[in-house]
Design a protein around this ligand. Structure first.
Ligand code: TEU
Length: 575
């Protein structure tokens, strides 16, 4: 295979950079608005790159950014309905701004991942416009069109879309239904059509040639469906998945989701995880491998962890990384988190590299999810320590580093179609998408105008300016932690092993080990002090970092005392 030389704008170097990188997800319309229209933009992001990494420990120190989509979109699903894959939505800026963003990021050694939303397009995408124009249009087969069933012209099968409701919409003009796994304005592409694959790979090459370093793949488990479009069985016929997080370890909301059979009482065996999807992802991997040092991370959703793990292929021929969402759905319990990580570690093929996130643009922010008894802030710190020290690449969601909380918005302010449809049962995802809080000014320093969504709660203390020079702040904890990890190969590459002996049941402890060097992480999930015996693993340990910033300089530790909710990172002294 011919590997292309690095394009002009590319960052050369280590092909395994993504295994050592700390990733940061930016939801572009909420990060920084440079022109006062209330809407984040690329120039705003460029202006804040130094905050993310200026090469010194005064900055956050992240290594890569995943951008949620900033392509032209009618915004029915806020960018996840793309109308042109090879352009920048003018509200965010121009292609010249994008090129500058890549250049400025790369100058700071920050890599860039774009969001590839290829299960579906916007209904306003020219491909769909052509496809729906007539039954014999050359692009008709680029989407999934079928006749209605029976004299009543019922939908072709019983599939439901993921935002609730039927997965088929009748198109009057040509008298057929088309398939959509999300909104009716998000028609699904037909991945069995070779031209579609080529068109998508052309998009991938377009951005790689402009210097991007990889992609996050939106709902990649949905690409290919059963070609016969068979009916899904009802939910009560569901077989227990071979490998799923035990109900007792899941949050109540996740259990409701599973028990109630969302979406809508069927087992999605014919429209998810089709074997052909793996072939597509392998083809995509070969395209990425034409270029040096590119990466991918899949959004693969499902209940069976064994199925999720299969998306790594052999470990090096399919996805580079695959988010493990069970981690987001653990209830607050040391054992639940430990079992969750152990399961994933056990299931992954040897070469596979995990990717972990605790928050993203689709879920309630972790700090608010775990805020029972007002413990959110302390727990956020503990989780940050865990996220950054597990074996795998951590993904931080913008604002997580300053403890931004979920906003509870009234219906009239909601934008997300999920919340607008299901309020108050489901408030949608806007609460996790509010403007980045740079300062305590009315628009949080995000914009000189009126932000597209209101600013989140507790702006007074949850903003960058307030936390910047406070040594006790969450922001400065993240900074210390990230910069510390950079200097510790054992944390970047070391093997993972849970510690159970000598560890109280409400603490989660693990070791990272690499060629004679050892790091230990001890996390106290309880509200009381706890003691962890590290002596079986090493006689003498040095405290590298505690979630309690006042605690420094301790060494000669063999039995570690942890305060309520405290977490510590320790390094073995002298092996
Ligand atoms: O999300 C996939 C998805 O099905 C869920 O995360 C969904 O957003 C949630 O269940 C709704 O309550 C991806 C994107 O991350 C999401 O933002 C998009 O809306 C969706 O795909 C469609 O592209």
């Amino acid at each position: 295979m011919i590997i292309k030389a690095a394009a002009g704008n590319s960052l050369p170097g280590d092909p395994d950079w993504w295994k050592k990188a700390v990733f940061y997800q930016i939801y572009p319309r909420s990060f920084m608005d440079s022109n006062g229209d209330g809407f984040g933009d690329l120039q705003g992001i460029i202006d804040r790159l130094d905050y993310l990494n200026d090469g010194t420990p005064a900055s956050l120190g992240i290594d890569a950014i995943w951008f949620s989509p900033f392509f032209p979109s009618p915004d029915r699903d806020f960018g996840y309905d793309v109308a042109d894959y090879c352009a920048i939505d003018p509200r965010y800026g121009t292609m010249a701004d994008f090129d500058r963003l890549v250049e400025e990021a790369h100058r700071r050694k920050i890599r860039i991942l774009l969001d590839l939303v290829m299960n579906h397009t916007s209904s306003e995408h020219p491909w769909f416009q052509e496809s729906r124009s007539s039954r014999n249009n050359p692009k008709r087969d680029w989407y999934i069109w079928r006749d209605g069933r029976g004299p009543g012209k019922r939908p072709p099968n019983n599939w439901r879309n993921n935002f609730f409701g039927p997965a088929w919409t009748w198109d009057e003009k040509t008298g057929q239904y088309y398939l959509h796994s999300f909104l009716k304005e998000q028609p699904d592409l037909n991945w069995y059509n070779q031209e579609v694959r080529e068109a998508v790979f052309a998009v991938v090459r377009f951005w790689l040639d402009r210097g991007v370093d990889g992609f996050r793949l939106d709902v990649a488990h949905l690409y290919c469906k059963d070609p016969e479009l068979r009916n899904n069985p009802p939910y009560w016929r569901r077989r227990k998945p071979a490998e799923s997080l035990p109900a007792g370890d899941r949050t109540l909301i996740m259990n409701l989701f599973y028990y109630l059979g969302a979406p809508e009482f069927q087992v999605k065996i014919y429209n998810e995880h089709h074997p052909e999807t793996h072939r597509v992802l392998k083809e995509l991997r070969r395209v990425l491998d034409e270029y040096p040092a590119k990466t991918s991370v899949g959004e693969i959703l499902g209940e069976d962890a064994g199925v999720l793990a299969s998306y790594y292929g052999t470990g090096s021929d399919e996805l580079h990384m695959n988010f493990y969402f069970d981690l987001m759905h653990c209830r607050w319990s040391a054992g639940a988190f430990r079992r969750c990580i152990e399961r994933w570690e056990r299931l992954l093929p040897p070469e596979a590299w995990p990717a972990y996130a605790l928050s993203n643009h689709d879920v309630v922010r972790a700090i608010s999810r775990y805020d029972q008894g007002g413990e959110g802030e302390r727990r956020a710190r503990l989780l940050a320590l865990m996220l950054l020290t597990l074996r795998g690449s951590p993904f931080i969601y913008y604002g997580e580093e300053i403890g931004m909380k979920e906003a509870r918005l009234p219906k009239r302010l909601l934008k997300d179609p999920v919340g607008r449809k299901w309020y108050p049962l489901h408030r949608g995802r806007d609460g996790a998408r509010t403007p980045m809080q740079w300062s305590d000014s009315p628009a949080a320093g995000f914009s000189s105008g009126t932000p597209w969504l209101p600013v989140g709660p507790e702006i007074g203390k949850r903003n960058v300016a307030a936390q910047d020079s406070d040594p006790a702040s969450l922001l400065n904890f993240y900074r210390r932690l990230i910069w510390l990890c950079k200097d510790l190969p054992v944390l970047q590459q070391g093997a993972y092993r849970s510690l159970v002996a000598g560890v109280p049941a409400d603490c989660y402890c693990y070791l990272r080990e690499l060629a004679g060097s050892k790091a230990a992480v001890a996390l106290n999930f309880s509200r009381a002090p706890r003691t962890v015996d590290l002596s079986p693993e090493g006689r003498s340990w040095r405290l590298a970092l505690s979630t309690d910033y006042r605690r420094t300089g301790e060494s000669g530790i063999s039995t570690l005392k942890l305060g309520p909710g405290e977490g510590c990172l320790l390094l073995e002294v002298g092996g």
